[in-house]
Ligand binder design. Structure first.
Ligand code: PLP
Ligand code: NAG
Ligand code: NAG
Length: 487
């Protein structure tokens, strides 16, 4: 069975011509080519067409996904852009990777799409194998179980629910009693408990109703939406380069940890316990704020001491961009986090969890699809390629060079650029203000470099794992040109 047979002749040719050349498609351009403003006239017309029938305010440009290859995105106007943003950090192998295109004809993928299962009740007979091969093969050290979900937000939502269920089960010493089942229907205790989750200033965990109560990256996400009264601690704010600001940075760690402890202890006294802490290894949407292994070790140790579930949100950091498969690998924890959530480069959403967090009653953690097996077929192949081509190691190496390149640029424009930081290719730097940042993003775009912003005034790099030295050379060249234009 060959799914390529289903394509129209011209598209069939484009995809059949995909040849593999050192891991990425031979069709990948070697440089950008921009011939219109971006968005161009075709993108603008498409937006007008879509506007009456769908939301469009966040649409930046329309993309021709059949013509995009490797690290290069081609937009509806034919502009070729070197893409170091990669669908908000979510394509592990760039566009139309030949191995993934080939895997589209895998009968498991075709039947998963055409006959999508309700995984919670009727999983495929080969689903256990798929989980083993795709997700368990890269499970964070010490975590042996996983639950698939739909996206990062749904992974986090269900991780928090799992933590609450665990906390109450432990407190009661067993499953819900009749009085719990009755009182929860009127949203009263004991069935509806007074629990909360501690999160951090600058955090981003998703935009659902509950996730907005642990998200604090930008007002635009939260405004007009009611929020739960949950505790908020400060996340460290470091000065760079790290080696020159050790005293300040260490004090940040200490102050933030002391605040976490104080907030949790106060809530406990008030009989409204904190059940879990959720934290990003690097606050990404909030502006690429890093914290030290020491901070995270301290955070885990507070959680252990006070009996609280420690949840690490690796939705943006997981899957290799930090130069390690999981960003929390860099911390050298003695025991694993209680839960690790993921999505984006992992192709499916979901979370890993410790055995004691398993929920035993049916339908408490549930929805119709609970994930999508077709994503596991693609993930299995992507992981094979990542391993075969040594993409985590190459990401680490090219990431070191990226950071060195940013520091050089910082030396050229010390008044404009600051705080170059990063691990692997997960790098960022700051501009003076949001306006300058947005100007630089636009200038990069007109040079043919598609790059992302985050936080108040930061620029972030989120290339695919197939981003190599030759792509970095072009990136730094275009970035320098864009800086020259606006500074
Ligand atoms: C750290 C983090 N958590 C959660 C999410 C939400 O994921 P999704 O957009 O897939 O729902 C994101 C998305 O950017 C994220 O960066
Ligand atoms: C760039 O794109 C334009 C318009 O699509 C095309 O005419 C031109 O040949 C391209 N240049 C290169 C170097 O590919
Ligand atoms: C819930 O928290 C409030 C304080 O906000 C407290 O007065 C009340 O006793 C708590 N209820 C339970 C069941 O713990």
């Amino acid at each position: 069975m060959n799914s390529l047979r289903l394509l129209t002749p011209s598209r069939k040719i484009a995809l059949l011509n995909l040849r593999c050349m050192s891991g990425v498609a031979a069709n990948e351009p070697s440089q950008p080519n921009v011939s219109t403003s971006i968005p161009g006239p075709k993108s603008k017309a498409l937006k007008e067409k879509m506007d009456p029938i769908h939301q469009t305010p966040s649409v930046r440009m329309f993309v021709d996904y059949e013509k995009s290859f490797g690290n290069y995105l081609v937009d509806a106007d034919g502009n070729q852009l070197l893409d170091v943003y990669m669908q908000i950090s979510s394509l592990p192998l760039g566009y139309n990777h030949p191995d993934l295109v080939k895997c589209a004809s895998d009968p498991r993928l075709i039947t998963s799409i055409v006959s999508r299962p309700a995984l919670g009740s009727f999983p495929r007979h080969d689903f256990p194998d798929m989980i083993q091969k795709a997700l368990i093969s890269v499970a964070p050290k010490g975590l042996k179980s996983v639950q698939t979900m739909l996206c990062g937000t749904s992974a986090n939502e269900n991780a928090l629910k799992t933590a609450f269920i665990y906390y109450q089960t432990k407190k009661r010493g067993g499953p819900p009693r009749p009085q719990d089942l009755e009182s929860c229907m009127t949203q009263n205790p004991p069935g509806t408990p007074n629990l909360s989750v501690l999160s951090f200033n600058g955090a981003f965990h998703g935009r659902s109703l509950a996730m907005l109560s642990v998200t604090r990256s930008k007002p635009v996400h939260k405004v007009d939406i009611p929020a739960l009264d949950w505790p908020i601690a400060n996340y460290p704010r470091y000065m760079y380069p790290l080696e020159k600001h050790e005293a300040h940075n260490q004090k940040q760690d200490e102050q933030c940890l002391a605040e976490v402890r104080r907030l949790i202890e106060t809530r406990k006294k008030e009989q409204r316990d904190v059940a879990a802490v959720i934290v990003e290894p690097i606050q990404s949407e909030g502006g690429d704020h890093h914290a030290s292994p020491k901070f995270f070790k301290g955070l885990q140790s507070i959680c252990k001491e006070l009996g609280i579930v420690f949840i690490v949100d690796e939705v943006q950091t997981g899957g290799g961009p930090s130069g390690s498969f999981w960003a929390h690998d860099h911390w050298n924890l003695e025991s694993p986090p209680d839960m690790v959530t993921f999505s984006k480069k992992m192709i499916t959403g979901g979370y890993y969890f410790k055995e004691e967090l398993r929920v035993n009653e049916p339908y408490r953690i549930y929805n119709t699809w609970m994930g999508d097996p077709s994503k596991l077929v693609v993930l299995e192949k992507a992981l094979e390629v990542i391993k075969r081509d040594g993409l985590i190691q190459s990401t680490k190496k090219v990431g070191d060079n990226l950071l060195a390149g940013l520091r050089k640029l910082e030396d050229v424009y010390p008044q404009q650029i600051s705080n170059s930081r990063g691990v692997g290719t997960f790098c960022a730097f700051d501009l003076r203000d949001a306006k300058t940042r947005d100007q630089l993003i636009d200038a990069c775009l007109s040079e043919g470099l598609h790059i992302g912003g985050c936080g108040d005034a930061s620029i972030r790099f989120r290339p695919a794992l197939v981003f190599t030295q030759k792509h970095l050379d072009v990136t730094l060249d275009l970035l320098a040109k864009a800086c020259k234009k606006i500074f």
